[in-house]
Ligand binder design. Structure first.
Ligand SMILES: *Cc1c(COP(=O)(O)O)cnc(C)c1O
Length: 452
């Protein structure tokens, strides 16, 4: 039983991104100014982002052209392969068909360069000299550092303290690409100093690191800020994943009944699912879509759909999203990329509209699924991707129970070669399940800004 690979000729790579805002039955709630609570306009965001990205953020056009220069770089690893996981199907003894799109073939090893490249490109076009950003596990930091190296832009990466200490190899990769890495909270910003004054041993969080990077960008006219997930334009750039998959599934003569993705900020999930959800919203083809998140950071399944800040120091605009509260500091579980307090507004909106479903998975179940997958398919998934693998396996086992064949598609958003400590801990039996305590969630949510 062999794995089947669907390869697209690079002349068939999509040349435009798909913007789901064009097909939404009701528009996204407006974004609000952090100080005044009033709706913000494009000019308010200009200190942080280049105008081209701000316009994409609010665009209602269905298709947005991918610049030639970005396409050229994409072609180094795109189109990415789609696989049919025949050996996994056999091991599960399921009547289901399982397909996975593999984004780990990018130079940084995940889907994140799909947005890092256009973000660096548009900043370069508008004369920006330096980008400031945050990174948790280091996937985004390494992707943006690579993109900045290609476009000759300086890059400062505020890396969550706990990852900075525990993930020296991702840090080394970021530095290899020429970026500067700073452990966050740091002494370089107001936001960082304020946290350190209160808790000198702070392990940091994405919310804190975002505050630092935003502060740096807001202060310097030559510096802008870049975010690796959550925002509409980031999700937009990732839709190349789902569009390629549509063509590849046509080659296979198939269409998914179920699409599964893991969700941290929502970008790889949106990337694979939005083009298919678009077809559903336009009444062309139905599909079930499942977002899988860790039980230790359950923004979609246990968070509140409310206006919140994107960062801890309240420097970012207020967006309506599923949130655990901007003061949320996640426990030290092993999916660094899934530890953000909020969820993309577009993904949150689709959950409210009941266009997608959400489930949470415990860390040990996720790793169990990842190990089974590696032994069948040879590819070692990133810990984040293990949540999607587990979700897909659960659906395949349900098909077996119900005696029905369904086509399951999931996004294998990255490889786990930099996360071997997590696998080592899993095999040593030192990994534990962690359910975020209800009291802690209630406490963090009590601090939400009041917005009507
Ligand atoms: C960053 C990352 C994630 C989480 O981010 P999303 O925006 O939800 O995709 C998931 N998997 C991998 C491999 C990542 O690098």
């Amino acid at each position: 039983m062999e794995t089947i690979k669907y390869v697209l000729d690079e002349t068939r790579m999509p040349t435009a991104w798909y913007n789901i805002q064009a097909d939404l039955p009701t528009p996204l709630p407006t974004t609000l100014h952090p100080g005044t609570g009033q709706p913000i306009g494009p000019q308010d965001l200009a200190p942080l982002f280049p105008m081209a990205l701000i316009m994409q953020e609010v665009s209602q056009e269905r298709m947005i052209d991918i610049p030639e220069e970005v396409q050229t770089i994409y072609r180094q690893w795109r189109p990415t392969p789609l696989f049919r996981a025949r050996r996994l199907e056999q091991a599960l003894d399921t009547p289901a068909k399982i397909y996975y799109k593999y984004e780990g073939v990018s130079p940084a090893g995940s889907h994140k360069p799909n947005t890092a490249i256009p973000q660096a490109y548009y900043n370069k076009q508008e004369g920006v000299k330096r980008l400031a950003t945050e990174t948790g596990a280091g996937q985004w930091g390494s992707s943006l550092a690579m993109a900045c190296a290609l476009f000759a832009i300086q890059c400062d990466v505020y890396m969550v303290r706990v990852s900075y200490d525990q993930k020296p190899y991702r840090r080394a990769l970021i530095e290899t690409y020429g970026a500067r890495v700073v452990a966050s909270p740091s002494e370089e910003t107001h936001a960082g100093r304020a946290i350190l004054a209160e808790s000198p041993d702070s392990r940091g969080s994405l919310g804190i690191a975002i505050s630092e990077a935003v502060e740096i960008a807001a202060q310097d006219v030559d510096t802008r800020y870049a975010l690796g997930s959550v925002l509409n334009h980031v999700l937009l750039h990732q839709t190349i994943i789902g569009q390629e998959t549509m063509t590849q599934l046509e080659m296979a003569g198939d269409y998914p009944d179920i699409i599964v993705g893991c969700t941290g900020g929502g970008s790889n999930f949106a990337g694979i699912a939005f083009p298919f959800i678009g077809a559903k919203l336009r009444g062309e083809q139905d599909v079930r879509v499942l977002a899988v998140e860790p039980a230790a950071c359950p923004s979609l399944t246990r968070g509140k759909y409310a206006y919140d800040f994107g960062d801890t120091a309240h420097l970012t605009p207020l967006v309506k999203m599923h949130t655990l509260g901007n003061t949320f500091v996640p426990p030290g579980f092993h999916s660094g990329g899934l530890r953000y307090h909020g969820m993309a507004p577009l993904v949150s909106h689709l959950l409210e509209l009941e266009q997608i479903e959400a489930a949470s998975i415990q860390q040990l179940d996720a790793f169990g699924a990842g190990v089974e997958f590696a032994r069948c398919e040879g590819i070692l998934p990133a810990p984040e991707a293990n949540h999607a693998v587990a979700g897909a396996i659960n659906e395949a086992l349900r098909c077996k129970e119900e005696g029905v064949s369904r086509t399951i598609l999931f996004n294998l958003c990255g490889h786990g070669h930099f996360d071997m400590q997590a696998y080592t801990d899993y095999f040593a039996g030192t990994l534990q399940n962690y359910e975020y305590p209800a009291e802690e969630i209630a406490m963090a949510l009590a601090g939400l800004p009041s917005v009507e």
